[in-house]
Design a protein around this ligand. Structure first.
Ligand SMILES: [Zn+2]
Length: 408
């Protein structure tokens, strides 16, 4: 194989046009990248990585080359010796910009072992044998549903919507409440409740339609402005009809993240992003187990098996925006995320031990190495090979950068 030049390379990244992406003058990804969005086309995700479904590419004098082929040509120099060995010559993470105008499907991701089994059984719907822990960092206000609410909160939802209680079975529900009060075993209560709900939604379709209709009438009868959950209930009911996701809206925590705050989602945590622009990073995988609010493949049986029935919101990383350097320390070996900001004429030196992918969210800078210098502006992203060992950033304007890398 021809030896490659070791220097930072500009990445050309594929865009996923999923239907929930932002459009027209709301379209965030086109604005970031500096192009005019096509009329009414949704721009949902920008993928920076080497996932076989949509790998990034780099420009060489001989033409463009997909990132995995480029890595294959010299894995140790690009990924770094340790990463190449540990992850079998593959880039272990997938870095994304995600822009949601409306709710994404309610989902959870399998752990490594579950992913291997799912992939073996159903490679069409589970394309990877890898787990998909992920971090989401808000670029503006992000609304999301994450993790189960504490059981007493869920209990009041059913008290406020008696139609929901009678749908799931008044006797069943009261037994569950008694059991919870006696044992305080929240995991068991959440599991029994969600399993029962999931089963009867499919085999008592007419009763479910009626319960949703009654909930809708009640929400509409409010005199005051609907709150965010109610507004979502109405919108999503218009879009998907009677859908178990409408109930999940009330079973999961509604979380608002401010710019720079991040949240790490390990395997099994139910979640759905509702609205906002984020930086996302995950282990290199596209395995999603969906149940609700989606026209895509749903697999509630699998979801029931892989879901963590634990209440509460995972720890939120504080906003990095007021600092000039911040590491979102995630508890997985595949990736870490660093935020950097700098003022005009400021310089920063960096030592690197693994491959990095960097994206400039705002600003302009010069990235200088021993033998090269590359100028980038807002929306540009770079692949920085591990064997460069060090580089210096010279900021030309106020700049904000996110860097994905592997901790060695
Ligand atoms: Zn997810």
């Amino acid at each position: 194989m021809k030896t490659i030049e070791i220097k930072p390379y500009r990445l050309k990244n594929p865009i996923q046009n999923y239907s929930w992406g932002t459009k027209n003058n709301q379209a965030f990804i086109p604005r970031l990248l500096g192009f005019i969005p096509e009329k009414d086309k949704p721009y949902a995700e920008l993928w920076m990585g080497a996932h076989p479904k949509a790998p990034s590419s780099i420009e060489l004098e001989s033409g463009s080359m997909n990132l995995q082929e480029f890595i294959n040509a010299n894995p140790e120099k690009i990924l770094g010796k340790e990463v190449a060995k540990r992850f079998s010559n593959k880039l272990p993470f997938l870095f994304k910009v995600l822009s949601a105008a409306e709710a994404l499907s309610i989902q959870a991701h399998p752990n490594k072992k579950q992913a291997e089994l799912l992939h073996k059984k159903d490679p069409v719907n589970y394309p990877d044998d890898n787990h998909k822990p992920e971090i989401a960092i808000a670029l503006d206000n992000l609304y999301a549903l994450i993790g189960f609410r504490p059981f007493p909160e869920i209990q009041s939802v059913f008290e406020n919507f008696p139609e929901l209680k009678s749908f799931i079975g008044t006797k069943f529900f009261e037994q569950l409440v008694n059991e919870f009060q006696e044992t305080k075993n929240e995991r068991s209560a959440l599991k029994k409740l969600y399993e029962k709900l999931s089963h009867i939604v499919s085999f008592k379709k007419n009763d479910f339609d009626t319960a949703i209709k009654l909930m809708r009438i009640k929400i509409n009868a409010h005199k005051d402005v609907p709150d965010l959950r109610e507004k979502l209930f109405l919108d999503l009911n218009d879009k998907y009809g009677s859908d178990i996701g409408l109930i999940s809206l009330y079973l999961l925590n509604l979380v608002e993240l401010k710019k720079g705050q991040g949240i790490f989602l390990n395997a099994g945590i139910p979640h759905a992003y509702l609205e906002g622009n984020i930086i996302e990073c995950m282990a290199n995988s596209d395995n999603v187990v969906r149940a609700g609010l989606t026209p895509k493949f749903q697999d509630s049986e699998t979801l029931l098996k892989i879901m963590e029935y634990k209440s509460g919101i995972p720890e939120i990383f504080e906003s990095a925006i007021d600092t000039d350097e911040y590491i979102y320390g995630v508890p997985v070996p595949e990736f870490q995320i660093k935020f950097l900001s700098g003022k005009p004429n400021e310089s920063k030196k960096h030592i690197i031990k693994s491959v990095q992918i960097l994206i400039l969210i705002e600003g302009a800078l010069n990235l200088i190495t021993e033998k090269s210098s590359i100028k980038i502006s807002t929306g540009s992203s770079l692949l920085i090979p591990a064997s460069l060992k060090k580089y210096e950033i010279h900021f030309e304007k106020f700049s904000e950068i996110f860097i994905a890398y592997v901790a060695i």
